[in-house]
Ligand binder design. Sequence first.
Ligand code: NDP
Length: 505
Amino acid sequence: MPDTLIPTADEARAEIERLSLRTQLFIDGGFRDAADGTRFTSVNPATGRPIAEVARGGPADVEAAVAAARRAADDGRWSRLNPGDRKQILVRWAHLIEAHARELGLIETIDAGKPITDTVGLDMPETAMCIRWHAEAADKLYGQVAPTPEGTVATITREPLGVVGAVIPWNYPAQMAAWKLGPALATGNTVVIKPASNTSLSLLRIAELAAEAGIPDGVLNVVTGPGDTVGEAIGRHPHIDGLAFTGSTEVGRRFLHYSAESNLKRVMLELGGKSPQLVFPDVIDFETIAANIAAAIFWNMGENCSAGSRLIVHRAVKERVLDALQAQMALWPVGDPLDPATKIGPMITRGQMEKVLGYVEIGRREGARVLTGGTQILEETGGWYVPPTVVDNVRNDMTIAREEIFGPVLSVIEFDTEAEAVAIANDTPYGLASSLYTENLNVAHRVARELQAGVVAVNCYSEGDMTTPFGGYKLSGFGGHDKSVHAHDQYTETKTIWIQLKAAG
Ligand code: NDP
């Protein structure tokens, strides 16, 4: 049974006391300490207080994890399973994640500061759904027969890469893991995955559930620890065949270097964004549009690669849109993430909060006007809270319009013509997501085609769902997509088998 009932704050606190957190590396089907025995502290962003001491893996632990994953890949205990059996095991795993959604959501909330309503109600069900979706495709992936000349047969089939490395961020710890693990495991690979140091805990418990579901030893390995040691060792390892990463563009670039300087492993990067939200002058339903605009930028504290951080609005409707947006503010209460009423929890770290507030200050200095928010609140809690922030009079060449802030900060930019709106939207090094609002079907189609972004949402804020690919243009992505059957391509090699038939007699 899915356990997705949101606890009250009191229930949540009582259940947290009873949590038994997994804090060791998960390698070859079991938990173990780091080879050198060291640990690092995981902190609750809502209180600034420690919650766990987590094993600090290093290159020796990556070596052990890759060795286990390599053995499991080479002996075929996973890749050569009947695809239907692989599917059943992964579906069982998805059921277990759902059955533990409340426990996992609590872990995610105290580790990442994400509101409990989101972690229990959305993140964990979506994590399970992602695993199940890819699992169910495992026995429905067909090869092809090529149209070759008489007397020959050529088949085109997909084979697993072998060992996949994955390095993931802290903003959606469980979901980002699932976006990599679902397609990589469904297509028969084994995996070594590193969670972000700020948020290791949910993945360790999810890995334990994988073993309970019957995923064989060595198929899924989790190495916790710092990016510049564990992450780099994964990126450079000669026995890892493919690498999937979500995080900053800066670190994403490094993985291309690691690959180039090691074994040319396949690299798939899902990176940052500076996504535009365009509002055209013919819009009517300001309340719905404002609700979507707010969700696009305030959801998950704005710590979201697809956050709609630039509102590009026609001069004629700007004031009405901003008034409607102001009315939305009350619907985004900031506070204790264990309170089911909270929609905005703390920033992940003090450093992230300072970075976000620093950008607001730079915006002020460059001539923008802060309409609401822009300062730390709830300091007495020990947490790192930034309220929803709207900054007006922004020009697209200002720092806050160009750089990824990764916080609840919306920059408002005016336009006069459709061509100008498109030019502003595309004038960014990024190209992940975008939205546009109009009543005119011609404008919708025309502009949707012109926007340089992996996802264009029309009259809504959306990344699509599990059936649609997610990935970015320009500095937002490289080498593949998350979600949908398209995600299976990057975790498989294409093989041609060419057969010469002998003539009869
Ligand atoms: P990073 O890109 O630094 O971290 C993402 C992952 O990469 C983490 O697991 C991290 O490990 C690992 N990593 C860090 N350095 C290296 C390295 N040298 N080699 C290999 N792996 C490495 O993001 P941050 O968490 O530092 O956030 C910085 C900014 O990145 C944010 O403000 C935001 O702008 C952007 N970002 C974008 C995300 C997205 O979804 N596209 C997600 C997260 C951040 P560790 O945690 O141990 O450092």
